[in-house]
Design a binder for this molecule. Structure first.
Ligand code: GAL
Length: 828
């Protein structure tokens, strides 16, 4: 019953949206223009990046002496007691490592074989309960705040610390946070020594895992120091921007939560306005009076009309800005800026999902958050890089599995036009997990990209029970309270089983088991259905023969574990059913851990449509052929099969051409019609030379070739961009391959390549997508190096501070080196 009420609510609501992410750099730029125009004073709010100049040391979960006496110093006996630990202000930390955030200490640990399912699932890195010497990390950072600022409030914000963190300022315990995935902030005003040295100390305890995939450890997302007036917008959920659309008009609602931490009752006013993305004011709101008791919170909602709104869509992800100000006696004391999109969302059980009233089939991927060379500590640029790769493949939706993503991932999705299913870590309505879901919604509900929430994934036992149903109901009500503009799903691996969570979930999520959906749909015609997780096809890039020793599976759409399917199987099911919303293929990229179907020496998953570096596997072209309008004509495998002369080789063509003719060294091997959502295979007797496919698409002809290459002669470096901002945060991805003397990429090369960098920038990680590689992702014994895996490797470089060019050099034995010059400027 409750379920159908929720569904009906959804069906009758044209859902709309909002966005909340405070980009303060832009904020101040825009505000200074806007406010100077109005002759008002700029507010004092600051959002300072707190990533630099941290000291780091491992501790020890089993030996208090190696854990800086934590556990034997009675630090919780008195306020500010630090005993003989490393928590005190004057502790000498000069021998600790210098690190800057984001920082994942696990990425440097060696791969280690232990017969244990959790270690296997986490990619054979020695962290967790079995490795107490690697599972505690201590961080310290000094900072100063001027006396002149002593009237403000200060807040320390962490966007992700894995996990179980405890935080002290100047020896005073400020609080702890157990989740490794949600953002959190503490008001630290009371503990600050103005005009003197302050020290923040963070103890991170990664003894306990949260997931069953590589999770890293440390302060692996950004940290921020926020400061603002005593009267301010609340950090969590302070401004909620959402909209409704009728005809060619939109109403934008701004729900502002104002908090009074001053010592007096106050009467102020709140005022909001909306600008276009260039900062031009479009519409101004009303001055809304607010009176606040001491420690009181006032909530005010204004609604502003935008006529002929430019709607946020996948092809035109247009973002407006909503600016809210708190005005006290004519002076602006606080201001925030939210980038938001105006668009509607609708889920219909009989016809699928609609964005701005247009049907959109979800061509989605699930992803974990780690990347080759970096573990979980990604520069923001990598978020944009990865989402861009997915867009090019034709992906229109991203499922953040199985945890809240970093805010920068959502920024990338907002800006590039990618829908997001935002998932809380697990299904539980107890205080801790209710809070995690609350934090997630309050943080992310203004993001245009977020189109639905997920309240959990595959709670094997619980999902069938009354307890599961009650917990789900609790979380769904919370979601409706905090964000009535969206709906939720739950990723159930239950086939067409119904009782339990499925009784109350507004949108039924199927993990695999898609053969059950027709019967389920018939029995539950009012419940929209989505493939929350599908595929799990396993492939290794550039491998065409199953290799159980090195632990590789062929790079064709043929291998999958018992619960899973080929790409072709699930996508045909999805494409043929109008009412089926679409699905999220497991996974967009390989990730560390879950080496299914193997174990050691395999340390990475094979589920990715791209490998850990983002290099496409062949299956990528299957999806690209059927998910985009681009001309796709992809031949696999490569044509370097020395020793296999005269033997038959299966040649796959992934294409969206109507028909394809294949030629080997000019000889016509026949023409075949391409089945919709399918692929073509020829069995070809190998002879070296040139394999050419000619595709006929309507009246057009498209061509593609693979050739037998000679051995590697020189290195090719291909950067993702040629200019960086010299802010020591920007990054570039440089892909590495080798060419033969005729300039052809050698697809099976495995040369060892050495990298050096001259100039103001630094290499921060290397990778090659080999799921069984145990090479160093980081600098080892002073060297950066990596073997090519099936012709490819990757170097990731972070910018420096000087606006001048740097050079990356790559060398290898018996081949010509390459130098790549990349410019750096101060940015805009
Ligand atoms: C699913 C699970 C994912 C991953 C996947 C591998 O059941 O939700 O996290 O383990 O299987 O196929």
């Amino acid at each position: 019953m409750v379920f159908s009420m929720l569904v009906n609510r959804k069906l009758h609501n044209a859902l709309m949206i909002n966005k909340f992410y405070v980009n303060y750099f832009l904020l101040f730029f825009l505000l200074s223009i806007a406010l100077s125009a109005k002759g008002q004073q700029q507010s004092a709010r600051q959002h300072l990046n707190f990533d630099r100049s941290w000291k780091f040391s491992p501790g020890n979960a089993a030996d208090p002496e190696k854990d800086f006496n934590y556990g034997i110093g009675n630090i919780f006996s008195k306020s500010g007691e630090t005993s003989n630990t490393c928590i005190g202000v004057d502790y000498a930390d000069s021998s600790w490592q210098n690190v800057r955030l984001p920082h994942d200490w696990v990425v440097k640990l060696p791969f280690t074989y232990v017969k244990n399912d959790d270690i296997d699932a986490h990619g054979y890195k020695p962290v967790g309960g079995l490795f107490p010497q690697n599972s505690i990390g201590w961080y310290r950072k000094n900072f100063t705040i001027q006396k002149a600022d002593s009237g403000k409030r200060f807040e320390l914000q962490f966007d992700g610390v894995y996990r179980d963190s405890k935080i002290w300022i100047n020896g005073y315990y400020v609080g702890g946070h157990s989740s490794g995935y949600t953002s959190f902030a503490f008001d630290i005003t009371d503990f600050i020594q103005f005009g003197k040295k302050n020290v923040v100390v963070v103890r991170v305890d990664a003894t306990q895992f949260e997931g069953w995939f590589y999770e890293g450890a440390g302060i692996y997302r950004h940290a921020w120091l926020n400061s603002y007036d005593n009267v301010h917008f609340k950090t969590a959920g302070g401004v909620f921007v959402y909209s409704s659309i009728t005809g060619d008009k939109a109403k934008v609602f701004l729900k502002n939560a104002v908090e009074n931490k001053s010592l007096r009752t106050l009467a102020d006013s709140v005022y909001s306005y909306i600008t276009d993305r260039n900062g031009k004011i479009i519409v101004k709101g009303r001055k809304l009076p607010v009176s606040l008791s001491v420690n009181g919170v006032g909530e005010l909602t204004d609604s502003l009309a935008v006529s002929k709104p430019r709607l946020w869509s996948l092809d035109d992800p247009y973002l407006y800005r909503a600016i809210s100000l708190i005005i006290k006696g004519g002076r602006t004391v606080d201001s925030t800026m939210v980038r938001f999109g105006i668009r509607s969302l609708r889920f219909q059980s009989d016809s699928g999902f609609f964005l701005n009233d247009k049907p959109v089939k979800i061509k989605g991927v699930s992803c974990h958050q780690d990347h080759a060379g970096l573990g979980t500590a990604l520069p923001d640029y990598l978020q944009f890089y990865r989402i861009n790769l997915l867009k090019k493949m034709g992906v229109n939706a991203y499922r953040a599995t199985h945890n809240p993503p970093t805010p920068e991932l959502l920024d990338a999705c907002d800006s590039l036009g990618m829908l997001v299913m935002d998932e809380t870590r697990l299904l539980n309505s107890g205080q801790e997990y209710e809070q995690q879901f609350r934090d997630l919604i309050l943080r992310d509900r203004n993001h245009a990209s977020v189109f639905m929430w997920s309240i959990g994934n595959e709670e094997y036992v619980t999902q069938r029970t009354d307890i599961g149903k009650r917990m789900a109901q609790h979380q769904l009500l919370l979601q409706q309270e905090l964000d009535p503009t969206r709906t939720s799903t739950y990723a159930a691996n239950l086939g067409n089983y119904y009782p339990g969570v499925n009784e109350v979930i507004p949108v039924r999520g199927f993990n695999y088991n898609l053969t059950g959906i027709d019967a389920y749909h018939k029995q539950h015609p009012l419940q929209p259905i989505i493939g929350t997780e599908v595929a799990s096809t396993v492939t290794t890039r550039g491998i065409y023969v199953k290799d159980t020793v090195r632990a590789y599976v062929p790079d064709h759409d043929i291998t999958f574990p018992s619960w899973a399917s080929t790409a072709e199987t699930w996508w045909k099911i999805a494409d043929e059913r109008k009412w089926f919303i679409g699905g999220f293929a497991w996974t967009g990229f390989d990730y560390r851990g879950e080496p299914t179907p193997y174990r050691w020496p395999n340390v990475n998953s094979h589920f990715g449509i791209m490998d850990m570096c983002g290099f496409p596997k062949d299956i990528y072209y299957y999806y690209q052929a059927w998910w985009t309008d681009k001309d796709v004509l992809h031949i696999s495998p490569h044509w370097n099969w020395k020793g296999k002369e005269e033997q038959p080789i299966d040649v796959w063509i992934n294409s969206n051409a109507d028909k394809v003719t294949l030629f080997l060294n000019g000889k016509n091997l026949g023409t075949k019609a391409m089945p919709r959502n399918g692929h073509l295979v020829w069995s070809v007797k190998y002879e070296p030379g040139r394999l050419q496919a000619v595709g006929y698409k309507g009246t057009r002809v498209i061509k593609s070739t693979v050739e037998t290459t000679k051995q590697a002669a020189r290195i090719l470096l291909t950067p993702s961009k040629l200019k960086l901002t010299a802010d020591s945060s920007d990054a570039v991805v440089v892909n590495v391959s080798v060419l033969d003397k005729n300039g052809r990429e050698v697809p099976d090369a495995d040369n060892l390549i050495n990298f050096t960098l001259k100039g103001s920038a630094e290499i921060i990680g290397v990778g090659n997508g080999d799921p069984s590689s145990h090479e160093h992702d980081q600098c080892a014994r002073g060297h950066w190096q990596r073997k090519l895996f099936n012709g490819k490797a990757q170097v990731i470089i972070r910018s420096g501070t000087r606006p001048e060019a740097f050079t990356l050099s790559a060398s290898g034995s018996g081949i010509q080196s390459a130098n790549l010059k990349i410019e750096q400027d101060k940015g805009e």
